[in-house]
Design a protein around this ligand. Structure first.
Ligand code: ZN
Length: 338
């Protein structure tokens, strides 16, 4: 069957590194300078990579990770959101369809997908790891959601799956208040399967590093460094285990275990896609993305006072222009004072 032949060698990846070795396909988000956020192009590449790994019968397990030691994935590309999607909410509907396709390519890969959290998993990055079957997390990293802080809603996996994974109250804590969840807490809450030491001093692993030690390790100062070898050893253990299982049984075990995950996803995500695209042209994402790009805090009070940037579109001008924002003092078309 040539239709499902692996793509190997024909794929042109730019934002993603994709490799296959000894029955394991590794998908690596390769935008470390942008903290491994995904753009529209990245999502297309990820779908192709997971589809290829899914169709290649020689592949037993898929490992999904990010390049570097700072970020696994930090969700959507906020610059792209700001430059493209806040101006074209209809395009965001298409983009959201692509994001659905990406998460579903993980959920429906037909084989186990292990998230290797080499760095932080934030927003859509945490949703990505939630879509995976198993997660191994480096101790220096953290995860969390950001939707309500940045003018969006984390309904691309987080609102759906967090209640299943961590329970209702903890899900609300993460979704409403957006705290950083440390690796220890992530393990305690069942957000990940394992946490492995990842900070070394003079080559020796230290447990429970302080945030100061993590910072030094990220910069390679004072003998501190990040070392992901224990994370990789744990993943190798998982892989060895999973390779010694019957592939069809594993596939249907995954499919069946997906039941609640699929259910809550399928009954919410089509209208989440619609709501997000409609909302994306509004004032909340505008303010959230502008604040992010301008590196300043969002003005939540201003939004609370008015749903519009310059008041509702209700002014008219003698020149024929209608629907001018009520706070405008001059006509935006002819320039006359209103
Ligand atoms: Zn006018």
């Amino acid at each position: 069957m040539d239709d499902f032949k692996p793509y190997a060698g024909e794929l042109e990846f730019h934002d993603v590194l994709y490799s296959k070795d000894d029955g394991v396909a590794t998908v690596t988000l390769n935008r470390p300078k942008s903290f491994n956020c995904y753009s529209t192009r990245t999502l297309k590449e990820l779908i192709l990579a997971f589809q290829d790994a899914s169709w290649d019968d020689t592949i037993s397990v898929i490992v999904f990770t990010g390049q570097g030691t700072k970020a696994f994935c930090t969700g959507g590309d906020v610059k792209e959101y700001d430059e493209v999607y806040t101006k074209k909410p209809r395009e965001y509907w298409k983009y959201m369809g692509l994001f659905r396709g990406y998460l579903e390519s993980i959920m429906h890969a037909g084989k186990p997908v292990i998230a290797r959290l080499n760095g932080m998993a934030v927003g859509g990055g945490n949703e990505s790891q939630l879509a995976c079957d198993l997660t191994v997390m480096a101790e220096h990293t953290w995860l969390g959601q950001v939707g309500t802080s940045v003018g969006s809603v984390a309904c691309g996996g987080a609102t759906q799956w967090l209640p299943l994974v961590v329970g209702d109250k903890r899900a609300r804590e993460m979704l409403f208040m957006n705290p950083k969840i440390s690796s220890r807490k992530a393990l305690d809450w069942g957000l990940v399967n394992a946490v492995e030491p990842s900070v070394t001093k003079e080559g020796d692993f230290i447990e429970n590093p302080s945030s100061d030690q993590v910072k030094k390790a990220q910069k390679g100062l004072d003998g501190y460094a990040i070392d992901l070898s224990k994370v990789d050893a744990r993943i190798a253990e998982y892989v060895a285990n999973l390779k010694n299982k019957f592939p069809e049984c594993l596939r249907y075990t995954k499919t069946n275990t997906n039941t609640l995950k699929d259910l809550v996803w399928n009954i919410t995500v089509p209208h989440a896609q619609d709501w997000l695209s409609t909302h994306f042209g509004g004032v909340e994402p505008y303010e959230g993305m502008r604040a992010f790009v301008e590196k300043r805090p969002s003005d939540f009070e201003k939004i609370r006072k008015s749903e519009f940037l310059w008041g509702p579109a209700e002014k008219e001008c003698g020149c024929g222009a209608k629907g001018l924002p009520s706070e405008f003092e001059h006509c935006g078309k002819c320039g006359k004072a209103l």
